[in-house]
Ligand binder design. Structure first.
Ligand code: ATP
Ligand code: MG
Length: 402
């Protein structure tokens, strides 16, 4: 049998992080992981998921390769291995293993000698060989005539895995990286303030990576800002829906708020005051939908409104903790991540954000909370909040592909 004759893999072995698996957390972690795997893959194919010795076995009815790729986006997963099935017979295992190895070697440039080993495990104790005996049986059979590998049990970089179960044995070589992190939902829900920029989608992704399920709110200033800006944000939510089972976007009207601030507050403070209103509105929504924190894409020193002084003024208007996953990222780091997670292209479509409306000529750099509060005393803050919330528009987005 050759690399091209083995057909498609039969199942996917899923390895997940261990650090989070202490004590009582373990059960809820695994439960959430399985639920998220189903949500991510069932739009493609029905599947069977089984937990076994600290790993998961995912057996799709079809399209195993696509399922493996999908799993690479499910938080909590460390690595995945598409595995080929064969009758649990040593000769047949060696035959399939040879082809699986040849297939995996296609990923490696010829020439270099890769340290290699076979590593069997035996779930079925009735199997006629121990795992070490099976390693020794298979190794010479797969190595014969194969170049570019040298056996090194301790420092192997390429490992041919064999798992013998009662009905079937599984053979795999590739270990594809998952995104790591914790399963979405295990830490509760948060609400992300999503602009059409580069940073806030990355911030949302990072919150998902650490186990938060993320809903979104965006502020929209019609007619100063067109429908295309709103659509851009909806598209960003859609792009992010690849990483969590379901996403909700709230669109809040922001025009009246901005006009009131333009007309009644000192112009250098406009941006900071817009942001404080955003924090207030987002806090109300978050409390209503039982979100536990807000998330923003703010990054220290990136723009005038993101000095520590201004961030302090802005954060003081929130009624919930504010997570700023990008606080200490460089712009290039955020851009690299945006590219990797698939939001960069959308974020760089040139569409204005509401913050550019009535932009002051000289924005304040080191804002003071007393000045913000004084300025807001001239506004009907509560009325503005209530009218904006009354105009909310809700967009629900299912898992990509669902
Ligand atoms: P981004 O790339 O996310 O727009 P940015 O670096 O451009 O971030 P700002 O425009 O100063 O920074 O916005 C800071 C944060 O405020 C954003 O990351 C986002 O969380 C929030 N924000 C700004 N504008 C909006 C908006 N129109 N709707 C919702 N949130 C917003
Ligand atoms: Mg922005």
């Amino acid at each position: 049998m050759t690399a091209t004759e083995i057909g498609s893999p039969e199942m996917v072995l899923v390895r997940y992080g261990e650090l989070a698996l202490k004590g009582k957390n373990r059960g809820s972690f695994e439960h959430a992981l399985i639920r998220n795997i189903r949500a991510a893959c069932e739009p493609i194919t029905p599947l069977f998921v089984e937990r076994r010795r600290g790993r998961l076995t995912v057996v799709p009815e079809r399209r195993v390769g696509d399922v493996a790729r999908r799993l690479q986006d499910v938080f909590g997963i460390k690595t995945v291995s598409p595995a080929w099935g064969v009758e649990p017979d040593p000769e047949r295992i060696a035959q399939v293993a040879r082809a699986v190895l040849a297939d995996a070697l296609l990923d490696h440039p010829p020439g270099a000698e890769i340290p290699f080993r076979v590593q069997s495990s035996r779930g079925d104790k009735a199997f006629p060989m121990t795992s070490v005996e099976l390693d020794r049986f298979v190794a010479p059979r797969v190595l014969e005539g194969t170049t570019g590998l040298k056996v090194d049990l301790k420092h192997a970089r390429l490992v041919l895995g064999i798992e013998v179960r009662t009905e079937r044995a599984y053979v795999f070589v590739r270990r594809l990286p998952g995104p790591g992190g914790l399963p979405v939902g295990t830490l509760g829900r948060v609400l992300c303030l999503l602009s059409g920029g580069i940073d806030s989608p990355v911030a949302a992704w990072l919150a998902m990576k650490r186990g938060c399920s993320v809903n979104f709110v965006t502020f929209h200033s019609a007619p100063y800002i067109g429908e295309a800006s709103k659509k851009k944000v909806v598209d960003l939510v859609r792009a992010l829906s690849r990483y969590q089972p379901k996403s909700r976007l709230y669109v809040l009207p922001f025009t009246e708020v901005q006009e009131a601030i333009r007309d009644h507050a000192p112009s250098p403070y406009r941006t900071v005051l817009y942001r404080r209103m955003m924090q207030r509105l987002a806090s109300r929504l978050a409390l209503r939908e039982k979100s536990l924190a807000l998330v923003t894409g703010e990054s220290l020193g990136q723009v005038a409104s993101q000095t520590l002084e201004n961030m302090t003024c802005i954060g003081a208007a929130a009624d919930l903790p504010v997570l700023r996953p990008l606080a200490c990222y460089d712009k290039e780091e955020a851009i690299d991540l945006a590219r990797k997670i698939g939001t960069f292209e959308l974020s760089t479509i040139p569409e204005p954000d509401c913050c550019t409306v009535f932009m002051p000529p000289k924005p304040i750099i080191k804002g003071r909370l007393e000045v913000c509060e004084q300025a807001e005393a001239a506004l009907d803050v509560e009325g503005l909040v209530e009218r904006s919330l009354a105009g909310v528009e809700v967009v629900d987005v299912a898992h990509e592909g669902a």
